[in-house]
Design a protein around this ligand. Structure first.
Ligand code: PBG
Ligand code: ZN
Length: 325
């Protein structure tokens, strides 16, 4: 009886054959680079927990985004840090708000050189630091939807292409879709933070964006990481509400969900590799314990392998520089 002499090493023996056999190829085109812009800031600042990530003053936004585009990264995600917070999150939908000004400057100066996506949430803008409006000691869902809708419309008016609600309010996709459509922005897409977990990996972001909750926590709206079925239900609901791209967040510890969403639905998937995922890599690399660029490529490739079509990551520039050679 003959048997096939299977030797998998045959296809691993030379570099060119290995290249030919690559199944998952990470490209700068898979990446979305977050951009932080702070109102009334004079010059760029850094935050200890996010090494090499800079918070920009408005005057530096265009040149920074231009250099991101030059790295062949197709999209940015704009986050704003306003000068003033209040109980209604007013500065989030101000036509002269920091995000609105940043978007309009980028559009004016760079045209369609890069796709502009923007975060839609209240937590940087509310004095409570919560992602919705506070009523008594709860986060009120339906009044928050009205504000999220206004934020999305205000961003659409200055040329955003994709709005990305991250508040985890029920019905946020439906409310924003209706708001955009009623205002004539039927072509602005929604990439919802569909399965956004209550993660401990967000703390460096909160240092940067000054959006830590001032009382309680986000457990009444963000998903528990113990509940994968509930996560699927969030995704399902967003799809029913007309979302264009679903997001799983964080990424690396949630690859099971990315794979499951990939096999369950026909919809583009983005994964958000969050601030804590970045700072883990940077901290270990700084010690010389891991190779920063190699680990970056490995992690991002794994996220893509799980089924993500795109990755929002603070590692975007490091990855793109390496991939561009
Ligand atoms: C708030 C928001 C958070 C992140 C993105 N938007 C923090 C939070 O929910 O507390 C986290 C992103 C990151 O850690 O990189 N809407
Ligand atoms: Zn928020």
């Amino acid at each position: 009886m003959s048997f096939p002499n299977v030797r998998l090493r045959r296809l691993r023996k030379s570099e060119k054959i290995r290249e030919l056999l690559e199944e998952v190829r990470l490209s700068p085109k898979d990446l979305i680079c977050p951009v932080f812009v702070q109102e009334d800031l004079k010059s760029r600042i850094q935050v200890d927990s996010m090494p090499d990530i800079e918070i920009l003053p408005l005057k530096d936004v265009v040149s920074e985004v231009n250099s991101i585009a030059d790295l062949k990264i197709p999209a940015i995600m704009v986050f704003g840090i306003p000068a003033k917070k209040d109980d209604k999150g007013t500065s989030a939908f101000d036509q002269n708000g920091i995000v609105q000004r940043a978007i309009s400057e980028i559009r004016k100066n760079l045209g369609n050189k890069i796709a502009i996506m923007a975060d839609v949430c209240l937590c940087q803008y509310t004095d409570s630091g919560h992602c919705g409006l506070v009523k008594g000691n709860t986060i009120d869902n339906d009044s928050s939807l009205e504000v999220l809708k206004k934020i999305a419309i205000s961003q659409a008016q200055v040329g955003v292409e994709v709005v990305s609600p991250s508040a985890m309010m029920d019905g946020q996709v439906k409310a924003i879709r209706e708001g955009l459509d009623d205002s004539g922005f039927t072509d602005v897409a929604i990439m919802s933070h569909s399965a956004k977990h209550r993660s401990n990996l967000y703390s460096p972001f909160r240092d940067m964006a000054h959006c830590a909750p001032q009382f309680g926590d986000r457990r009444s709206y963000q998903l528990p990481y113990t509940n994968p079925t509930e996560a699927m239900r969030e995704v399902e609901t967003d799809i029913a509400e007309g979302v264009d791209i679903v997001m799983i967040k964080p990424a690396l510890a949630y690859l099971d969900l990315i794979a499951k969403v990939r096999s369950s639905f026909n919809i583009p998937i983005s994964a958000y590799s969050v601030s804590g995922e970045y700072s883990l890599v940077k901290a270990a690399a700084k010690q010389g314990w891991i190779n920063e660029t190699e680990v970056t490529l490995e992690i991002l490739t794994a996220i893509k392998r799980a089924g993500a079509d795109m990755i929002v990551t603070y590692l975007s520039k490091i990855a793109a520089k390496t991939l561009n050679g």
